[in-house]
Design a protein around this ligand. Structure first.
Ligand SMILES: Nc1nc2c(ncn2[C@@H]2O[C@H](COP(=O)(O)OP(=O)(O)OP(=O)(O)O)[C@@H](O)[C@H]2O)c(=O)[nH]1
Ligand SMILES: [Mg+2]
Length: 325
């Protein structure tokens, strides 16, 4: 049976053929379906149009979903990512402001921060990413926060050392992390700092009354094996030691490279996982380098300066490496 297609149909089909985007194609197909004569002769064509339309709609929905950015998925930058966790008003945003160029809103009332915000903190010659987050409480944890915590390299638990609730705040945060399996439980005999692999407690507002006493209460009665540092975003107390501890938690090393016969590049170290070898460094520099490298010399951890080592040699923080091809 003849289809007897109309000029409107041919026009819509022309638009469809020229359409560049999925949205244009969808609306042209919808038009074609709307204007196509509905009789036995076009039955197959209409079924085909419907099939194409639903396929395009599905694809475009998938794309839209993938393109939507989740604010709790924070792309890592620098030597590692340390996320701030804590009850409202504990000074998370103030710490981010003091340590980085990021400028979150700070206020004396609770629940000021509603979305995560990242900033870069300088540590010696590298940068470490700090991520401010909306607060958690015993009753409420923002959706998306557990995923962000799980993904972070270090978790900084902030508690207000100026408040008598600080031990309760710490216990709540710690129990939450443990219950959600974000960290593993510390053993009672773990030395401070070894605990729960990547947590550090920051007792904030060190400039407030009773803060030292409260920090001691946290150390004595808080979960075992947790290291607590008393810090103040206002006076700067404790911030240097905090930076050092965060770096240690990241378990990375800095390695500097040098071209034969030239001075080493001490400005931009390669950041590698602790335990990385010369081969790991070569892979990080360029994927073809492992095949090309011949003699490798090390300054720093080697027995003598400029010592030749093989590709299995385990590098140390601040080693200088010369790779000859
Ligand atoms: N004295 C003193 N006050 C501080 C310090 N750090 C933060 N504050 C104050 O504590 C209040 C809360 O600070 P924020 O940085 O907004 O706290 P937050 O944890 O980000 O709060 P939320 O976003 O609500 O979770 C503000 O009034 C700050 O000025 C500090 O080191 N010393
Ligand atoms: Mg905040």
């Amino acid at each position: 049976m003849p289809a007897n297609l109309t000029p409107q149909y041919y026009k819509a089909e022309e638009i469809f053929k020229k359409a560049a985007s999925a949205e244009e194609k969808i609306s042209a197909l919808e038009e074609m379906l709307a204007v196509i004569p509905k009789h036995k002769g076009t039955e197959k064509m209409r079924a085909d149009l419907k099939k194409r339309l639903s396929k395009l709609r599905e694809e475009s929905l998938k794309k839209a979903k993938a393109g939507r950015t989740d604010p709790f998925v924070i792309k890592k930058q620098g030597a590692g990512q340390a996320i701030l966790l804590g009850f409202p008003n504990t000074g998370k945003s103030s710490l981010l402001t003091t340590m980085t160029k990021a400028r979150p809103k700070i206020a004396e009332y609770p629940f000021t921060t509603t979305l995560p915000l990242a900033g870069m903190m300088v540590y010696q010659d590298i940068m470490i990413q700090l991520v401010d987050t909306p607060p958690m409480t015993e009753e409420f944890v923002p959706e998306g926060l557990p995923g962000a915590l799980r993904n972070a390299d270090a978790i900084l638990i902030l508690v207000d050392a100026g408040s008598d609730d600080c031990l309760e705040q710490l216990q709540n945060c710690y129990n939450y992390l443990k219950d959600k399996n974000i960290i593993s439980e510390a053993a009672a005999d773990d030395p401070p700092g070894k605990m729960a692999d990547r947590c550090l407690v920051l007792a904030t507002k060190a400039d407030a009354a009773n803060s030292s006493e409260n920090a001691n209460i946290l150390r004595e009665l808080g979960p075992p094996g947790l290291e607590t540092i008393l810090v103040s975003a206002e006076t700067g107390l404790g911030l240097e030691i905090m930076r050092e501890r965060i770096y240690e938690i990241l378990k990375v090393i800095r390695v500097y490279t040098k071209v034969p016969g030239k001075a080493p590049d001490m400005k931009t170290p390669f950041i590698l996982k602790q335990g990385s070898t010369v081969l790991g460094l070569a892979e990080a520099i360029h994927r073809d380098l492992p095949q090309l490298m011949k003699n490798v010399r090390i300054w720093g951890s080697a027995r003598y300066e400029g010592q030749s080592v093989n590709r299995d040699y385990i590098l140390s923080d601040r080693d200088i490496v010369e790779i000859n091809q």
